[in-house]
Write a protein of this length. Structure first.
Length: 109
């Protein structure tokens, strides 16, 4: 048995959970925050048999996409009277970070 733990962009989480449950998988979602931009993510846990892991990974790939977001960098430390004009920087966000873990013991109570 395996535990598939995926950290996905908050915008992709609902679509991914719907796809997982539609395919017969049970999924647990936890709201998380992190990454470079400190934005809302979702950590989704799916417990499944070893043979079904490729199907779970395919659903994750199909439902989680990367996107470009423009952010203003933090201003540097400056002397009084100096002026800083930030230039937006494009950053890739989204997609998924996936961990597949071995499950030593499983109990459904």
């Amino acid at each position: 048995m395996k535990l598939v733990m995926s950290i996905v962009h908050g915008d992709d989480a609902g679509r991914l959970v719907d796809a997982l449950t539609g395919a017969g998988f049970r999924a647990t979602t936890i709201s998380t925050t992190g990454g470079f931009l400190r934005q809302g993510n979702a950590t989704i846990f799916v417990g499944t048999e070893d043979a079904m892991v490729p199907q779970v990974l395919k659903l994750i790939r199909d439902n989680c996409r990367t996107r470009t977001q423009y952010v203003n960098p933090l201003p540097p430390v400056m002397e009084p009277g100096e002026m800083y004009l930030p230039t937006p920087v494009d950053v890739q966000v989204g997609g998924a970070t996936v961990f597949v873990l071995d499950v030593v013991e499983f109990e459904h109570v």
